[in-house]
Design a protein around this ligand. Structure first.
Ligand code: ATP
Ligand code: MG
Length: 274
């Protein structure tokens, strides 16, 4: 599915530059499609996160990040190991709390939410972890339904989980335990799990990091297809230049700051923080 037509509007804020300057159809074209979920708009301003390791040693994992992601965009988040890619996704996904700054997802200012509101917010996010994080004692189907088990839903959980497993190419493997699935298949289950709550935003932390290049390309194609069919906004932390090349925009992080990417990286076009 690599090479799908671009359907995204160009970025509006100038905090990133398009990987594909030719742009694409406007957002209205996507709205006309049978969208399951509309993508979220994410606005990050002045985001900071520090870890105090010892009284003397502080790690600055996010250092004044400004970022705007338009609905339905796919953003690649690149940068060296330890630069703050996971931290950024964790903060946006409300897995972790920032020390300063704001994160606005559609109309929700995430950093001010109370505990109950945070739980509701997280339900609108599909988080895909590098190491899949599947529950080993549960079947593929039960891993997917587990994500929404505590909540009332307007769909039948098992029916939707089975449909999602089929959508990610795992029809017939509903009853397989993770240990009976390949790495790529486990990551597909993890993507189905991320989708079951009809997220507006998918945060994928190195979703192909543990996969061979062929399987990684399949997983990426799956994510690209989701954006095109469902309009979901997707942020992918990655070291893989082929993922960055397929994204609508790439941001490059160094020492917790968005920086211009190296000029040699034709696929990784970034801009400095403002
Ligand atoms: N819970 C934590 N406690 C202390 N330091 C942390 C914690 N989480 C992250 N860090 C530090 O924050 C910095 C950024 O980490 P982060 O995981 O965001 O990097 P990354 O870009 O995702 O790296 P990688 O490519 O290796 O996944 C690193 O120096 C890391 O050691
Ligand atoms: Mg990381």
């Amino acid at each position: 599915m690599i090479g799908l037509p671009r359907r995204n509007p160009p970025a509006t804020t100038g905090t990133q530059q398009p990987n594909h300057p030719e742009g694409g159809e406007d957002a209205a074209a996507r709205v006309g499609k049978p969208a399951v979920a509309a993508g979220a708009r994410v606005v990050v301003r002045g985001l900071a996160k520090r870890y105090q390791l010892t009284p003397e040693v502080t790690i600055t994992a996010a250092d004044g990040i400004d970022l705007t992601v338009e609905p339905g965009q796919i953003i690649a988040v690149t940068g060296p190991s330890g630069s703050g890619k996971s931290t950024l996704l964790h903060l946006i996904g409300a897995i972790d709390r920032p020390d300063a700054g704001t994160i606005t997802v559609d109309d929700t200012e995430v950093t001010t939410l109370t505990r109950g509101a945070l739980a509701r917010y997280r339900r609108g996010i599909g988080f895909v972890f590098q190491r899949y994080n599947l529950l080993p004692a549960l079947t593929a189907l039960d891993n997917v339904t587990a994500a929404v088990l505590p909540y009332p839903t307007d769909f039948d959980k098992k029916t939707r989980a089975a449909a999602l497993l089929a959508q990610v190419g795992l029809a017939g493997r509903e009853n397989s335990l993770p240990s009976r699935l390949s790495g790529g298949q486990q990551q597909r289950v993890a993507i189905a799990r991320a989708l079951i709550g009809r997220p507006r935003l998918i945060l994928a932390d190195e979703p192909t990091g543990n996969l061979d290049s062929h399987t990684g390309a399949e997983i990426l194609a799956l994510l690209l297809g989701l954006r095109d069919t469902e309009g979901v906004t997707i942020m992918i932390a990655t070291h893989d230049p082929t993922i960055a090349a397929q994204a609508d925009h790439t941001i490059h992080i160094t020492d917790g700051q968005i920086t211009p990417s190296h000029p040699a990286g034709a696929t990784a076009i970034g801009t400095a923080r403002r």
